[in-house]
Design a protein around this ligand. Structure first.
Ligand code: SAM
Length: 159
């Protein structure tokens, strides 16, 4: 699935993945004790439900996604929630992105649906931008999801 696929998917007024933070992101990132800088990247953050929530927790967040449509919705959402000054967008591919800010104290990747080998490259790249001793947090679909789960891809063969 290329960026055109995602742009088309996001070309509706509603928020496809809602404006509600993912529950695992909220659970694991809500109580992080980080003194000093609170800089974060969300890789493949889409319409920004997690990035905007992080900004509301005081994080300066960069949402990196290759869908400009998603990023436009995210920036409008951040403005609506009064956290625009904490939210930046970076339209780039997960395999070759260069963050605007690095290193960061928190990197989040949630439901980036790309083949396993590419996901490993993207995750390693993201991890390389995390400051020493700080946090990388990921949420993925289980393989069981292919047959018995809820949401997400129905095949491992998507590109
Ligand atoms: C299922 S959505 C998840 C969005 C967000 N993380 C969330 O939980 O609401 C997957 C996102 O990955 C993005 N994406 C897919 N492949 C990508 C790639 N190669 N580089 C950057 N973004 C990608 C899509 O544009 C989409 O926004």
């Amino acid at each position: 699935m290329d960026s055109n696929y995602w742009d088309e998917k996001y070309s509706v007024e509603e928020f496809i993945y809602t404006k509600v933070v993912n529950r695992f992101v909220a659970e694991l990132c809500g109580d992080l004790e980080v003194s000093g800088n609170r800089r974060a990247i969300e890789l493949a953050g889409g319409e920004g439900r997690n990035a905007v929530w992080l900004a509301k927790q005081g994080w300066q967040v960069e949402n990196i996604d290759f869908s400009q449509k998603a990023l436009d919705k995210y920036l409008a959402f951040a403005k609506e929630e009064g956290v625009a000054e904490l939210c930046s967008a970076n339209c780039a591919d997960a395999l070759e992105f260069e963050p605007l800010v690095s290193p960061v104290e928190l990197a989040v990747i949630a439901y980036l649906q790309i083949p396993e080998a590419k996901l490993e490259i993207a995750t390693r790249r993201l991890a390389s931008h995390v400051a020493e001793g700080r946090y990388l947090m990921g949420v993925w679909h289980s393989r069981d999801n292919l047959t018995g789960g809820f949401g997400g891809p129905r095949t491992l063969m998507f590109t």
